[in-house]
Write a protein that binds this ligand. Structure first.
Ligand code: ZN
Length: 403
């Protein structure tokens, strides 16, 4: 991947850009595409594996991922936004595919379901090996980008997936998982989720428990990014207090722009910048426009607000494609990312800032997380189990007492 532009090159780019834009309004899209050819566009969150489980019972032989746009049942599914042709049009350089299982599996078979989703991601990479390649480090993303393939990374969405077990967490890392979202739409016995910040709801732990802190420390030691999308504000604060490495929001917006508890308040954004982390902006209409409909400019408002509060060094994109059923006009599937970059060019964004948004910020975060792993290499694995008093009787109904 080329070095960032020097100050001089950047000035020349801006001057040429303004001349170009003055001559032809359609050129922003051309320039946007050129930027995404220089730097890998890294999206933080795509739920394609979940939709494949629901629509095709995880059977990859039953369909062709190359082109699903006109194929039923995908075509009529409002949560189907991804296929290979559209990933290529969208100029994706790297995708975090999400291994997700819903909260009904908590205290039951969540580790098994999560492993099945990880297996599905590996089978996708193997079947479409001309397009995808597994990446587990920042350097691998750059190398795979240079080869023309799309880096495929794995994130686990929801701390319920580890079944309260640091052994499962460590094994997920060995399977290639490089981030875990601490909660989904349910609290775990060790962390509060964002719904508990809604009016009328009460916190359960008021953030992380002691065991929750141990999970964050173990993730730092392993080199697995801590994702604090979906958690409550007090959990965000506790994680920022405990984590030695930068943290991520893999798919969230700005609370000041849309008051949904899935979004991030300004005081947390400022702490995120101090932590050197990243917020990858989500495209879901409910979180972007606080309503059923939205357009691309609503996403721009979130990105610009975050830049106004903390600058351009801490922003990325995590569309949540295939994880939601209502996405903005003009940004309604994975082919549309260049539209967003073109609009930001019109808003006066520089090439350097757009390169940061596309991928440079996330690469910096990943490198720092990898460095913290090295710095903690003399730390022993944390061997404690979740204290039995942290588990309620209903948490134990479907698990054995085998020790
Ligand atoms: Zn989510």
């Amino acid at each position: 991947m080329p070095e960032p532009l020097t100050e001089n090159e950047s000035k020349v780019f801006q001057t040429n850009l303004h001349k170009l834009l003055a001559s032809n309004q359609n050129d922003e899209l051309t320039i946007a595409r050129q930027i995404l050819e220089r730097v890998p566009l890294i999206d933080g969150h795509n739920d394609l594996p979940h939709v494949i489980r629901l629509v095709a019972e995880s059977q990859l032989a039953s369909f062709n991922l190359t082109d699903l746009a006109d194929k039923n049942p995908w075509k009529s599914d409002p949560s189907s936004h991804t296929d290979i042709l559209r990933l290529r049009q969208g100029k994706l350089g790297a995708q975090f595919w999400v291994a997700y299982t819903n909260c009904n599996t908590q205290h039951n078979d969540s580790p098994q379901k999560t492993i099945e989703q990880i297996d599905l991601i590996y089978r996708l990479i193997d079947l479409y090996s001309d397009t995808f390649q597994l990446a587990t480090t920042a350097q691998e993303i750059e190398d795979i980008f240079a080869s023309g393939k799309i880096s495929s990374l794995i994130g686990v969405e929801g701390g319920h997936s580890i079944g309260n077990s640091l052994g499962v967490l460590r094994t997920f890392y060995r399977l290639g998982v490089r981030y875990m979202t601490l909660t989904h739409s349910c609290p775990t016995p060790w962390a509060d989720n964002s719904q508990l910040d809604n009016p009328g709801q009460e916190p359960i732990h008021d953030g992380l428990t002691g065991f929750g802190e141990a999970i964050v420390q173990e993730m730092n030691r392993l080199g697995m990014m801590v994702d604090i999308s979906h958690v409550s504000v007090s959990t965000m604060e506790d994680v920022l207090n405990v984590s030695k490495a930068p943290v991520i929001f893999s798919h969230s917006g700005a609370f000041s722009v849309c008051n949904n508890t899935r979004n991030v308040p300004d005081h947390i954004l400022r702490r995120l910048a101090k932590n050197d982390g990243i917020i990858m902006v989500v495209f879901y209409n409910e979180f972007i426009a606080c309503g059923q409909s939205a357009n691309l400019n609503d996403v721009v408002r979130h990105i610009e607000h975050i830049r106004n509060v903390i600058g351009a060094d801490y922003i990325g994109l995590g569309g949540d494609f295939n994880g939601v059923d209502r996405v903005p006009t003009d940004l309604d599937d994975v082919s549309k990312y260049p539209n967003l970059f073109a609009e930001l060019l019109r808003c006066g964004w520089s090439q350097n800032d757009l390169e940061k948004l596309a991928g440079r910020n996330m690469l910096r975060v990943m490198r720092r997380v990898e460095q913290v792993k090295m710095e903690l290499s003399s730390m022993e694995p944390i061997e404690e189990w979740i204290p039995s008093e942290d588990l309620q009787p209903e948490h134990k109904q479907c698990v054995t007492e085998y020790s």
